[in-house]
Design a protein around this ligand. Structure first.
Ligand code: HEC
Ligand code: HEC
Ligand code: HEC
Ligand code: HEC
Ligand code: HEC
Ligand code: HEC
Length: 368
């Protein structure tokens, strides 16, 4: 527990010590605010319609979204009974015109408004504004597969000896604990004098410019030249073929790693380790045998993989930039192509039980 607070405090110091593009908002509710060199994903649509329509409904595009009646009707079912957490009872009410969590203590009843929604693959977490400009993760969350509500903190416990963290504590404060992983270009804007946050971000979700860099100049350039004309400098960061596999992975890793940020200035193309400290296998978020416990933050184990160590494998070999898997169904073995062509084309021999295989077959390798 202590360790979590130290991590939190160190990241907080780092975040406040950096200058951001944004102007702080005077009201208490964190808001969306564009900066002058960030063009915004909508502005890409007119020229990159195909990318935009793949990205918008993906888990990247929807990593955070505003809570609305329309969202609730489509994705949630009502909470049947109160959930009791440390003697306080909670119930989400998500019918039309509602959108809050009731907090019931002995004599009092409070309505905690739901303003933002995170996740959606397996679970949804919800944010509510509390004091000092903080957005806090609500104590009840929604299981997409079981279609039921559950105790957020109890589900986050890793080991029997852990104690659940109270929902109002710092590990559940969006402004600092969710970094910039679910929204784009976040600035905490912490005011040291009165300990308030005036947090802003450019867009909810992982926007185009998270991976391609600020693109206002690129948009202006292409709006000012004749259609069909392609200048040599596109005024944008081109990921993919122009990057090494390590550089491409470093674009994904800031969010897909268990880590502590040591700067807030990472740009696509930079080295991961110049900006982040990777959490290693001794941490309680890993099983003793090294598997991820809880979230699939992948990157620590990824670096131990023989294909990656050999230097050619990268996330986008198997995933599109919107996070889709490229090799479903009949294509499954192509995930190992072209690098292991010899084994893929001889997959029957390669996967045959050692005792059944012919001793002369050179294509069969026992997986270690
Ligand atoms: C006015 C039209 C226009 C707008 C708006 C626009 N782009 Fe482009 N973009 C282009 C053209 C044209 C190219 C060159 C395509 C090519 O190389 O074939 C390009 C190229 C790119 C490339 C490089 C592709 C490569 O070959 O690697 C990226 C990345 C990119 N745009 C991202 C964006 C993003 C992100 C936005 C929104 C913030 C955006 N673009 C907005 C017209 C536009
Ligand atoms: C700024 C943070 C961020 C970056 C950068 C990022 N991701 Fe993600 N990614 C997320 C978050 C957050 C989710 C989960 C969103 C949710 O469930 O709402 C996610 C989800 C995914 C998923 C699961 C999607 C699904 O449909 O199952 C894959 C796969 C993925 N990302 C791959 C990548 C790859 C590959 C890259 C690099 C090209 C990348 N991500 C870069 C934050 C990021
Ligand atoms: C280091 C980046 C990072 C931070 C910090 C982070 N997340 Fe995530 N989050 C991710 C990624 C990546 C995924 C997708 C992981 C996967 O699909 O296995 C994800 C997934 C989720 C999901 C969906 C899980 C599912 O299986 O459906 C929720 C909900 C969520 N995060 C909420 C939060 C909240 C709330 C915070 C802050 C208290 C937070 N996250 C902090 C990167 C992050
Ligand atoms: C998570 C990181 C990420 C996000 C978010 C993202 N991209 Fe990309 N983009 C990439 C990578 C990596 C490539 C390299 C090609 C590939 O393997 O998919 C790429 C390629 C491209 C290309 C060139 C494709 C080609 O092959 O010519 C364009 C154009 C582009 N992206 C535009 C966009 C736009 C517009 C958005 C937002 C709607 C967007 N990207 C969001 C990572 C991202
Ligand atoms: C050799 C292929 C391959 C590579 C390379 C790869 N993945 Fe995946 N990944 C998969 C497969 C297969 C799935 C499951 C896909 C599915 O069920 O749709 C998956 C799923 C995921 C998920 C969703 C997990 C969940 O619980 O739903 C995330 C997040 C993810 N990958 C991130 C990454 C990141 C980040 C990288 C690079 C560091 C990466 N992957 C590299 C094959 C790959
Ligand atoms: C981008 C290239 C690339 C892809 C794609 C790739 N690998 Fe690898 N892999 C390598 C390289 C290079 C090595 C190290 C040299 C070797 O042993 O062949 C390696 C090593 C391995 C090893 C260790 C072999 C040994 O004898 O120690 C296994 C097992 C393996 N890969 C399985 C897979 C599987 C399964 C897939 C598909 C899901 C896959 N790889 C996809 C490049 C790749």
């Amino acid at each position: 527990m202590m360790q979590r607070y130290i991590v939190f405090f160190v990241s907080l110091l780092l975040l406040v010590s950096t200058t951001f593009f944004y102007i702080a908002q005077s009201d208490d509710t964190p808001a969306t605010q564009p900066s002058s060199d960030i063009a915004g994903s909508k502005s890409c649509r007119e020229c990159h319609e195909d990318f935009y329509t793949l990205w918008a409904p993906s888990h990247h595009g929807l990593a955070m979204q505003p809570y609305t009646d329309e969202y609730a009707q489509k994705n949630l079912t009502g909470q049947k009974s109160f959930i009791e957490i440390q003697k306080i009872r909670y119930k989400a009410e998500v019918g039309s015109g509602q959108g809050w969590v009731i907090e019931k203590t002995d004599g009092e009843e409070k309505k905690l408004k739901i303003v933002h929604v995170l996740g959606g693959k397996n679970v949804y977490y919800f944010l509510t504004p509390i004091d000092r400009g903080r957005l806090q993760t609500l104590p009840v969350a929604y299981d997409v597969n079981k279609k039921e509500w559950f105790d957020t903190a109890a589900s986050g416990m890793r080991h029997a000896a852990d104690e659940p963290v109270h929902w109002t504590e710092s590990p559940y404060t969006f402004n600092t604990a969710c970094y910039s992983c679910h929204v784009s270009q976040l600035s905490t804007n912490y005011n040291l004098d009165d300990h308030t946050y005036h947090t802003v971000w450019a867009e909810p979700g992982i926007n185009c410019e998270t991976c391609h860099g600020p693109a206002q100049e690129h948009v202006e350039l292409f709006k000012s030249i004749a259609p069909g004309e392609i200048p040599s400098d596109l005024r944008i960061i081109e990921t993919g073929d122009k990057f090494t596999p390590k550089q491409n992975d470093a674009v994904c890793a800031p969010c897909h790693a268990k880590m502590q940020p040591i700067t807030t200035s990472f740009m696509p193309g930079d080295r991961f380790f110049d900006h982040y400290n990777l959490t290693t296998l001794e941490h309680s978020d890993f099983y003793p045998d090294g598997r991820d416990l809880g979230e699939n933050y992948t990157f620590t184990l990824w670096r131990m993989n023989p294909c990656v160590k050999a230097g050619e494998m990268q996330c986008i070999h198997c995933h599109t930039s919107s996070g889709r898997y490229r090799f479903h169904g009949e294509n499954a073995n192509n995930a190992c192509m072209p690098c292991h062509e010899e084994r893929v084309t001889n997959s029957v021999e390669h996967t045959r039980h050692p005792k059944a295989a012919k001793a002369t077959d050179v294509s069969r390798v026992i997986c270690r």
